[in-house]
Design a protein around this ligand. Structure first.
Ligand code: SF4
Ligand code: SF4
Length: 419
């Protein structure tokens, strides 16, 4: 249970200021976690002012401040909690963000839009340089979303492994899901996408819409309830949010139990495949790879090390690291829609650092980071390829032989349940 008065414990030490990507591009005290904790400590009633909303909206919820905080304050939860009091979605592009969040929260609608080839730009007039406009422009052709009800023939039975692809891999870049399926197949697993699984709800929670986030979480808990084994995720942000589902059900003992069971089954992509010795990838040619750390992984030792160790297993690949260490890419879920200039400035710093070691490839495992890098690569004509780690691994296995023998293995194990 999060202590909503925790902001009162802020020591004003300032450790959070030096790590904040927003403060780095716009050094105003109000934009730091310390500034926000101070604002939360002031008495006020009624609807928050536009200025207040603007300040609390300018946060990526990246968690860097939380990691640095000398008082272990639940800063991101407090910021999301403050947003819950906003009358509608926050920021200068509130309508667009509301539409986008609603679409993400209703995968059926997203699927229909994708199938119909309807650009969200047409329904909510997204700014020309918005990330989502490009996101839809990055649809793979032909679009082959992963259908819940379709059986993929398997050559040989594998151990059942539940899969949570997230919206990007499921609807917009299914090559990620297919690559994950191929890797799982080589490791001896049949990958299953349960009917009824939907958006993880991170966007809703970041917006402070706890009821909506709870509803989406419960929907997923039910969708995966028939199984008991691991739930593999190929998106770092989704996996971190799925693992935090118990926080959403703190006051409901029955659902809390189910949420804990569910969270205990969630396995992040790199951690899972690191434990599969059958994977012996080899790149066709020598290449330098820069791994971009998703914020949702990089604040734990395992989250930092697992993807690097997995990349180091690829023969012919040299992993390169900038001297300055990992940086946030500036995507921040819907942040890049609300504050495109700030998001772009944060990305520029991140890309300059990443590219200083002259990589051929940028890989990551987070949907948001991947989109941000893909968009940045096109906008700035960056001399790199940008891939999800699953796609790189599957390509490297394909060129070393056995992966080509494996078929994509998706099967619905169970029908959707109603709550
Ligand atoms: S979560 Fe990230 S962007 Fe937000 S205040 Fe903390 S460090 Fe800054
Ligand atoms: S690091 Fe934590 S305790 Fe220190 S100023 Fe920031 S929010 Fe306050």
């Amino acid at each position: 249970m999060v202590d909503r008065a925790a902001h009162l414990s802020c020591a004003k030490c300032g450790a959070c200021t030096v790590v904040c990507p927003v403060y780095r591009v716009d050094p105003r005290e109000s934009l730091t976690a310390r500034g926000k904790m101070h604002l939360l400590s002031l008495p006020f009633a009624g609807e928050p002012s536009r200025h207040f909303q603007n300040i609390f909206s300018q946060c990526l919820l990246c968690g860097a401040c939380e990691q640095a905080c000398s008082r272990n304050l639940p800063i991101t939860t407090l910021i999301a909690g403050a947003r819950a009091r906003f009358p509608q979605f926050y920021g200068p592009h509130s309508l667009q963000k509301t539409v986008v969040r609603k679409v993400l929260a209703h995968p059926g609608l997203l699927a229909k839009l994708v199938r119909a080839g309807i650009s969200l730009r047409r329904i909510c007039a997204l700014p020309a340089r918005s990330g989502l406009r490009l996101k839809l422009g990055l649809l793979e052709a032909p679009v082959t979303e992963l259908p819940e009800g379709e059986n993929f023939q398997k050559k040989k039975p594998g151990k059942a492994l539940s899969y949570f692809p997230g919206c990007l891999a499921r609807y917009l870049q299914p090559s990620i899901a297919r690559a994950t399926g191929r890797l799982a197949g080589i490791a001896g697993y049949g990958l299953h996408l349960p009917a009824g699984a939907g958006c993880c709800g991170l966007a809703a929670r970041a917006a402070g819409k706890e009821d909506e986030a709870r509803e989406l979480a419960w929907n997923n808990i039910l969708a995966f309830a028939e199984g008991s084994g691991p739930i593999l995720t190929s998106c770092a942000s989704c996996s971190s949010h799925l693992a935090r589902y118990p926080e959403l059900f703190a006051g409901d003992s029955e659902r809390l139990l189910k949420a804990r069971e569910f969270a205990g089954r969630v396995v992040e992509f790199s951690a899972f495949f690191l434990g599969q010795p059958e994977l012996r990838p080899k790149s066709k040619q020598k290449q330098k790879v820069f791994y971009h750390d998703p914020c949702h992984l990089r604040h734990s030792a395992a989250g930092r090390e697992n993807p690097r160790r997995l990349i180091d297993r690829i023969a012919n690949v040299e992993r390169v690291e900038p001297l300055s260490g990992p940086k946030c890419c500036g995507q921040g879920g819907l942040f890049h829609l609300g504050y495109p200039e700030m998001s772009a400035a944060i990305f520029r710093q991140c890309a300059e650092d990443g590219l200083e070691c002259d990589p051929d490839l940028v890989v990551t495992t987070c949907s948001g980071c991947l989109m941000q890098w893909q968009q940045g690569r096109i906008e700035h004509d960056l001399p790199v390829e940008v891939l999800h780690l699953a796609v790189l691994l599957a390509d490297c296995l394909a060129c070393s032989g056995p992966a080509r023998e494996e078929k994509n293995l998706f099967q619905p194990l169970w029908p959707a349940k109603k709550s």
